[in-house]
Design a protein around this ligand. Structure first.
Ligand SMILES: [Fe+2]
Ligand SMILES: [Fe+2]
Length: 245
């Protein structure tokens, strides 16, 4: 598959990686399905967040305001990847320790791959939002501290917390992530509802090969919101599971 960017270096894998498509949307929906799923989200109640999630949402509202904006979503996406990174890390270490039991090691490795898929999906969300921000006219509304330093600090703390809770009690880690993803799912659905001009805004991006073509920016955000629901459901399904089985 051709990519818009060529390889930076010239090792044997720099060219070969183009033949390995990255994970894109969690499940690509049609335009009609995207509209229907957005309505499902709008009709469904939000999860009651736990203490950690509530603290995080409050912090985000205090620092970035309550209004739903592309800039605020971009901070959300920057933070969103890190639980999957933490879980992937733990699972990869576990593959080493379970390598003698072939079937078990394979199941743990499947967890690694799922975490990777979710992480890559969140990465496309992040890159697409960054691209939108870079094309925007005018000044960055947040400034360096709120656009760069604070998101990195939140992401760092969130990684440590996700890693620690995943090691001590995975259900805590999954629950926090389910709350976070539920919040994201509803915020995106409402953002589309609040901004009808997005229905007629075309979606042009460097990342269409990776994340898909959409009729409008509204549909792009509907797809992202649907991805967030899949992340949430995956975490909810994992509440009762042991870390690996
Ligand atoms: Fe996301
Ligand atoms: Fe997410």
């Amino acid at each position: 598959m051709a990519r818009t960017m060529g390889p930076i270096s010239e090792g044997p894998l720099d060219a070969a990686i183009d033949d390995k498509p990255p994970f894109g949307p969690m499940k690509r929906l049609t335009a009609a399905e995207l509209r229907a799923e957005q309505q499902v989200t709008l009709r469904s109640p939000r999860r009651k967040p736990g203490l950690a999630a509530k603290g995080l949402f409050t912090l985000m509202d205090v620092v970035y305001g309550r209004k739903r904006t592309i800039d605020k979503f971009r901070v959300l996406e920057l933070v969103a990847r890190v639980p999957y990174q933490a879980w992937e890390h733990v699972a990869y270490v576990a593959v080493t320790h379970t390598a003698a039991e072939t079937d078990f090691a394979r199941r743990v490795f499947n967890k690694v791959r799922i975490n990777r898929w979710e992480q890559d999906n969140e990465q496309w969300h992040l890159l697409i939002l960054n691209e939108m921000m870079s094309r925007r006219q005018g000044k960055d509304p947040y400034g360096w501290l709120r656009a760069t330093v604070i998101p990195q600090l939140i992401a760092f703390a969130y990684y440590q917390w996700s890693w620690l809770t995943y090691v001590i009690r995975p259900a805590w880690s999954y629950r926090l992530n389910a709350d976070f993803e539920d919040h994201a799912e509803h915020e995106y659905a409402q953002f589309v509802e609040e901004n009808p001009e997005l229905e007629t805004t075309p979606f042009h991006s460097e990342f269409t090969d990776d994340f898909g073509h959409y009729d409008s920016v509204a549909d792009l955000f509907r797809q992202i919101g649907y991805d967030e629901r899949i992340h949430k459901l995956q975490s909810i399904a994992s509440f009762e599971e042991p870390r690996f089985r």
